[in-house]
Ligand binder design. Structure first.
Ligand code: PLP
Length: 398
């Protein structure tokens, strides 16, 4: 049996979400059709919108359904940039933290290459936390030329929770809209769109026990977004395409449960994560936990996602270690992407000042609602031999 320690990549679907999905798959009807079947599909879609909005502290009219987190991030970055530039050509600067997911970084750099944008990567500290003073300095110097700010709610590799309150208040002083990618935060930390003061926020279905290929961009009603997808004008004309009612239903059900269970998950899985950290360091004493630690701030509040633990293992290649653990029945991740099949050192770890050689030895263990102590024990049992073999392989290729 596989020990699954890669919930940040994707987590098992919830029974309730599967039930909602399969029931809806039997219904025929395009939510834009005017006949009774179409109206029934529209009703189901709007109920899902209300359910998702209520779970996220948003208004139903603020939900724009998308085909996942990547699309929602692209819509936020490109849509905001184009809309702001349409009013004022000078607004070409896109401010993003250096540790954003590629779904934010790549559209920003695409705009720099193709549409005259200037991307400003905002520094983070050794824990991956945004340097808010650097953001303030950028805004003070170039506020009128700034199109948008995008800073993730929490990081997918090292779990760092960002100081979004401070980001929002800095940007608001300059009238600059703020987007946050909350794909990893939903269901892990308390999340409320209205209370956050954000202008736009990304969520994704398959990270909370919903289906793959569905997500949403929450966008304030007054926020202007230029469409990325053109066509039938669905979703307030911002995101065309026939709406996938079954996956929207299923995602809304999963999101509601994830939010309701979040306080319990944070305690239980957070405790399990602490055991995992102790077990890994016990099994491999020179393993280095990356990201904020302790996970909770002295005044309370999460500095790090409860389910995340990323280590670097000196002398190892992360991908060799990943395959050795996979052979031993443990599923985990290096946390960063391959490019053309070649493992790249994580831009997140490099941004936190980890040297490239160490960054190559990264492995992320991420827990979820189905994780148990047995998963931690299986990892602790398999890790010493895998690390030893990965080190030997590393030495042989040097
Ligand atoms: N943003 C973050 C922080 C993520 O972790 C992911 C997925 O790994 C995405 C965006 C992309 O979401 P999706 O897989 O729904 O396209």
């Amino acid at each position: 049996m596989t020990t699954y320690l890669d919930h940040a990549a994707t987590t098992p679907m919830r029974v309730e979400a599967v039930a909602a999905l399969t029931a809806a798959l039997f219904e025929t009807g395009n939510a834009s059709s005017l006949h009774a079947a179409g109206r029934a599909a529209r009703r189901a879609l709007e109920e899902s919108r209300e359910q998702l909005a209520a779970a996220l502290g948003a208004r139903p009219s603020e939900v724009v359904w998308t085909a996942g987190g990547t699309e929602a991030d692209n819509l936020a970055i490109k849509g905001l940039f184009w809309a702001r530039r349409a009013h004022d050509l000078a607004r070409r600067r896109i401010l993003v933290s250096a540790v954003e997911h590629h779904a934010v970084l790549d559209p920003a750099f695409w705009l720099a290459e193709h549409a005259g944008a200037q991307v400003v990567l905002l520094d983070v500290d050794a824990d991956g936390r945004l340097d808010v003073e650097a953001l303030e300095a950028e805004l003070d110097a170039h506020g009128p030329e700034t199109a948008l700010v995008s800073v993730m709610w929490a990081n997918n590799e090292i779990g760092t929770v960002q100081p979004l309150d401070e980001v929002v208040s800095a940007a608001r002083r300059h009238g600059v809209p703020v987007h946050a990618d909350a794909v990893q935060a939903l269901g892990q930390v308390p999340l409320d769109f209205a209370a956050s003061g954000l202008d736009a926020l990304t969520v994704s279905g398959h990270k909370v026990g919903g289906p793959h290929g569905v997500g949403a961009l929450l966008a304030r009603r007054e926020l202007e977004l230029t469409p990325v997808l053109h066509g039938g004008g669905q979703e307030r004309g911002v995101r065309s395409g026939t709406l996938d009612v079954p996956v929207a239903r299923s995602f809304a059900v999963a999101a509601e449960l994830a939010v309701a269970e979040q306080p319990e998950l944070a305690v239980r899985v957070g405790g399990l994560r602490d055991e995992l950290v102790a077990a890994v360091v016990g099994a491999v004493p020179d393993a280095v936990l990356r990201g904020p630690w302790p996970a909770t701030a002295p005044e309370g509040g999460a500095r790090r996602l409860p389910a995340n633990a990323l280590f670097t293992f000196p002398g190892c290649e992360g991908d060799s270690l990943l395959y050795l653990l996979d052979a031993a029945g443990i599923a985990c991740s290096t946390g960063s992407a391959c490019q053309a099949g070649v493992p790249q050192p994580s831009h997140v770890l490099l941004a936190t000042g980890v040297p490239e050689r160490d960054a190559r030895g990264a492995l992320r263990f991420s827990l979820g609602r189905t994780s148990t102590r047995a998963d931690v024990e299986a990892l602790a049992a398999a890790l010493p031999e895998a690390v030893e073999r990965a080190r030997k392989a590393g030495m042989a290729t040097r």
